[in-house]
Write a protein that binds this ligand. Structure first.
Ligand code: ZN
Length: 453
């Protein structure tokens, strides 16, 4: 702790409210996830990292026995250096940085998948799909969880806390077990199929059932964290966003830091959209990239909050970042409307079955900066997307199929062009064994391969 406090004195990294008119600042050791006025926070770095680091990152791919070079997150540690360390030494790094022996992000990079390209009718050299399901807990969440748990360790937290119905609890439970700290997972009572929590159980997390819906579970987890000395690792935690920046970092590195035309994400809580936006803003500001890729966020038809608001489908107003002052009353009225009409988010792609995206404000900033677009796809389109990824020898969950389906839809609308360079993020590995079985058993489906008698 003493060493951290000394480091903190240097003050090269700190927290700052994202609202430009408010702009309150907090020391890096703060565990606030919001400013006093209820706005979300960013991690800010005073130093401008030199583009020479591109060479360092490349050299670290030969890890020389350093697990933090093996890690696809910590290999880029200089660009998320909230611990403010400056060392290549494995033992020194391990005093600060959390890692599952370098496994997080290690296998995730963009791949060319010719069958997916053929299905989409896009130039196959221009299509890159990046499977984040090959993270140790099976989803992209590990990228941001290592950084959040690193911060938890930095502030001496004994327990991490999250509300989750799936991937987040798996990732939190895994890193907590590995670090020897406790993990509480809040879920709405009686609404979650126990199978979705099997990894959390396996990693020894304590499941806490809350009467109400997911939002109630999240609220209680935030309150309990505050009152009983827990550390919140939901994606409202700004340190989660820092680790998730390495998803676009890895994509860009494999493209020799030449920006693609598009980066495509399934849209759930919008932590990915937010982190990609922040990564691109920083790289552009530091002069590492000259062109800003456009972000496309793909909602499910049945959980389309961002698409409805961004595309003006609610009260005819297109919700925008608006220089840091998005119309939050419009968002509140939309949520009231969902409650009043008893409209619950509904899709079989449970990873993006989210009605109130926790990172909507930062998501809007990302869309503004990248001239982004938002659209929706159906469950059956997502299943086709998921299945064609499988035919290339890569496993992904249904929500990840939204990236492929979204590219198809946007190409159909002439927004993405055949010759564009496109990176689609495949957010997680298949965790529901019956989804592909059911898909392939039905001969009506595009890629179905039913069993023979
Ligand atoms: Zn503020």
């Amino acid at each position: 702790m003493i060493k951290y406090l000394q480091l903190q004195m240097q003050g090269n990294a700190y927290l700052k409210c994202v609202n430009p008119k408010c702009g309150l600042e907090y020391p890096i050791m703060s565990t606030n996830v919001q400013c006093e006025n209820g706005h979300v926070l960013d991690v800010i770095y005073k130093n401008k990292p030199s583009p020479d680091l591109k060479e360092t990152f490349y050299e670290r791919r030969d890890s020389k026995g350093n697990i933090f070079n093996e890690s696809g997150v910590w290999r880029f540690r200089d660009l998320l250096n909230f611990c403010q360390i400056d060392t290549e030494d494995n033992d020194e790094c391990s005093k600060y940085l959390v890692s599952l022996d370098g496994a997080e992000g290690r296998q995730s990079k963009p791949y060319q998948m010719s069958k997916a390209a053929e299905f989409l009718g896009i130039n196959k050299e221009g299509l890159w799909l990046q499977p984040e399901g090959y993270n140790p807990s099976g989803s992209f969440k590990d990228n941001g969880m290592v950084t959040a748990v690193t911060h938890a360790k930095m502030v001496g937290a004994k327990k991490i806390v999250c509300a989750s119905t799936g991937n987040t609890s798996a990732s939190a439970g895994m890193f907590a077990a590995n670090e020897g700290i406790k993990c509480d997972v809040y879920i709405p009572a009686g609404q979650i199929a126990p199978g979705k929590l099997s990894q959390a159980y396996q990693f020894g997390a304590q499941i806490i059932q809350v009467e109400g819906n997911f939002d109630d579970a999240l609220k209680q987890s935030l309150d309990d964290a505050k009152n009983y000395d827990g550390y919140t690792v939901n994606s409202v935690n700004p340190f989660r966003i820092e680790g998730q920046k390495t998803i676009p970092f890895r994509a860009l590195e494999y493209l020799n830091w030449e920006s693609p035309d598009w980066i495509i994400y399934p849209g759930g809580a919008l932590g990915n959209t937010s982190s990609c936006g922040k990564a691109l803003m920083e790289l552009y500001q530091w002069g590492w990239i000259k062109k800003i890729p456009r972000i496309a966020v793909i909602n499910s038809d049945g959980a389309s909050t961002l698409s409805d608001l961004y595309n003006g489908e609610f009260e005819d107003e297109e919700l925008r970042w608006n220089k840091g002052n998005p119309n939050t009353e419009l968002i509140s009225r939309y949520y009231d409307h969902l409650d009043k009409e008893k409209l619950r988010p509904k899709t079989k792609a449970t990873a993006i079955q989210i009605g109130r995206p926790a990172n909507i404000i930062k998501g809007l900033r990302a869309l503004e900066f990248t001239n982004g677009v938002v659209t929706t796809v159906s469950d059956s389109e997502m299943l086709d997307g998921m299945s064609v990824v499988g035919l290339n020898g890569f496993d992904c969950e249904m929500a990840s199929g939204a990236s492929v389906a979204g590219i198809k839809k946007l190409m159909g609308e002439g927004i993405i062009k055949k010759d564009d360079v496109v990176v689609g993020i495949l957010t997680g590995r298949q965790k529901d064994a019956m989804i592909p079985v059911d898909y392939h058993s039905n001969p009506q489906n595009v890629f179905a391969n039913p069993p023979k008698k």
